[in-house]
Each structure stands twice: as C-alpha cells, then as structure tokens.
Design a protein around this ligand. Sequence first.
Ligand code: ATP
Ligand code: MG
Length: 337
Amino acid sequence: MVLEADDGEPEERHNYSDKSDLMLDTLDDIGPTTKGFLEQAGFKSIKDLVVRGPVDVSEATGMQLDKSVYICNKARSKLEEIGIIEKSFTKATILYEKRKNEERISTGSKNLDDLFGGGIETRAITEIYGEYGTGKTQLCHTLCVIVNLDKPQGGLKAGALYIDTENTFRPERIVSIAQARNLDADRILDNVLVAKAYNSAHQELIIEQTGPVIDANGIKLIVVDSMVAHYRAEFLGRSTLSERQQKLNKFMHILLRIAATYGVAVLATNQIQSSPDSIFGDPFRPIGGHVVAHTSTYRVYLKRSGKNRIARMVDSPYHPEREVLFTLAESGVEDPV
Ligand SMILES: Nc1ncnc2c1ncn2[C@@H]1O[C@H](COP(=O)(O)OP(=O)(O)OP(=O)(O)O)[C@@H](O)[C@H]1O
Ligand SMILES: [Mg+2]
C-alpha cells in the first residue's frame, strides 16, 4: 500500500459547519445493524467516533475491539481525506504553513497575548493554574466575550461553551465585561452556552456529548473551570489515586481530541497544592500530576504582584519560559496602566 503524504496540493480546507458528509452512513462498510448500535450508544457522526476512540466505542456499544478499531480507523481516514485532521504522513513544510494560519483568540491583554504568541490557540489545551483570586475565572469570562468579536478585533466571530464545575460562572460578569468594552451584551450572552457539571461523572458525560453541540452552535472556545475540582473532592487518599488519574486522563484526552477534530481552543483551569518537599523556589504546584502535565499543550502559572497579576509560561512545546504582567478590571483581563 502506498501511503499518500499531505503535500499541500490545492485541497481546500473543509468547511467545519458543513455536516452533511460527516454522518455515519458516509462510512463505507458500515451496515445498518452496526450503525444502529453506534447511534444507540450516542455516536452520531464520524467526528464523534474519532473523538471517543476505539476502546470507548467498544465499551459503549459492546462490539469487539477489533471491529471498533476498524471503524475508528475508517473514520479517521475520512477526516484526513477531507482535510479536517492532518494526514498521517505530512511534510513539515505543510505543517509550518498551517501552523502560521492557526486561529487564536485574544485574551484582552496585549502582554498576555504576546506570552501565547498571539492569543489562546485553537486545536490545543491551554491550562491556567494559580492560587485563589489570581484571575483564572476572570480570564475564562473575558475570553467568552472576546471570541465573539471579528478576527481583526481578536475574536473568531464564534460562540463559547463554558463547563462550570465550581459554580463560579456569572452571566452578569459576561454582561459587565461586554458593556465595559462597548459590546452588545445581549448578543454575546446568547452565544455562551453553559454546562454546569455536578460531579466528575457528570463532567465526563458532558464532554462526551460536546461534539454535536460545537457544530450546532458555531463554538470555537471551550472553557473548563476547573478541570480538577470534582476529581480532587471525590477521590480522596492514596488508595483512590490511580482511579482518579485514570479518569482524569480519559477526560483530558477526549478534550484534546475535541480540540484537534473540531478546531476549537480549550482553556482549562487548574488548582494548586502546596508541595512540602519544595525547599527552594515556589512551594506551589498544579494538581493532576503527570496526567495533566503531559496532556496540556501550554501551561501558564498565575501569581499576584500587588494590584497586578504575573503570568508565567511554564510549559510549552515552543515558547520560552518567561513572565508578563496583566491586570483585572471591569472589562476583564487588561494590560496594567
Ligand atoms: N468587576 C471586577 N472588576 C475588577 N476586578 C474584578 C472584578 N470582578 C472580579 N475581579 C477580580 O478578580 C478576582 C477574582 O478572580 P477569579 O475569580 O478569576 O479568581 P480565580 O483565580 O478563579 O480563583 P479561584 O481559584 O478561587 O477560582 C478578585 O479578587 C478581583 O480582584
Ligand atoms: Mg475561579
């Protein structure tokens, strides 16, 4: 078999809102019985299959793993074929060109945007962690407003999905940030979908149902505030650690595949814990251990600095480790005066 590399030939980038060719029937070799099983288990489209992966498909439908691997590989190839995800063998030149056009959402602060190389990136998970009151939730609200703006103003003319696990989403804060920026608050409120997650199992259910919601509502930003709170509260002690990490791992990998498959930006907040073994340096570290550390694409640490806040890029595949200053105002995240 000859593997065709993506050489960047004219192939038009696919229109994400065109769903007609992504339903299950368009996969060859899927009979009506299999299709019925998949639909009954909640898999409606090819993207759903790619996001959830073969193990999940097999568990949810009861079909043999070999068969679900075959179906998921077919689904992946289909998305590669129409340019929604990268082909398995793609020249770095092509990736470089695509990376230059990767969409980003402004944070509201030029300093912070610079730290991220132009704003929060789509197709990636950006993790923000820091002590209470450092502005994590403020940043989440500000981005929900800014994503609505046109591209020259820093947005993507798109909506946001806010997964709220700490019960700190406030629609009135969306209104005050929008008004302070002279924007139409009603229109923006209408473009922010909120999913309150009451426990970790509910949080997992929400993420599994997210795919079709993204397409139906033109969403380009998913906020998870916070991704770890329920896991931290529910799985106490060493004996439950491995179960907690396993569940968190699955949640984050679905999130990462959603980012890549649907072309959305994911902003996830994390809490911190004090690390008693730290003799030098900062005594705080983010929750979630290696699972969260390895799955987040970018990690940013927020700290207080008088009235301002410091954001430090602590892990990125291509940004240097450095710090910038920003501040919190009525208009949300801003540059210090
Ligand atoms: N309308 C406003 N105008 C200016 N600053 C505000 C406004 N609302 C909130 N803030 C600032 O935001 C801070 C709270 O930040 P935020 O809720 O984002 O913290 P957090 O990092 O999410 O904390 P936690 O870990 O508790 O969730 C307040 O202490 C205040 O400084
Ligand atoms: Mg918060």
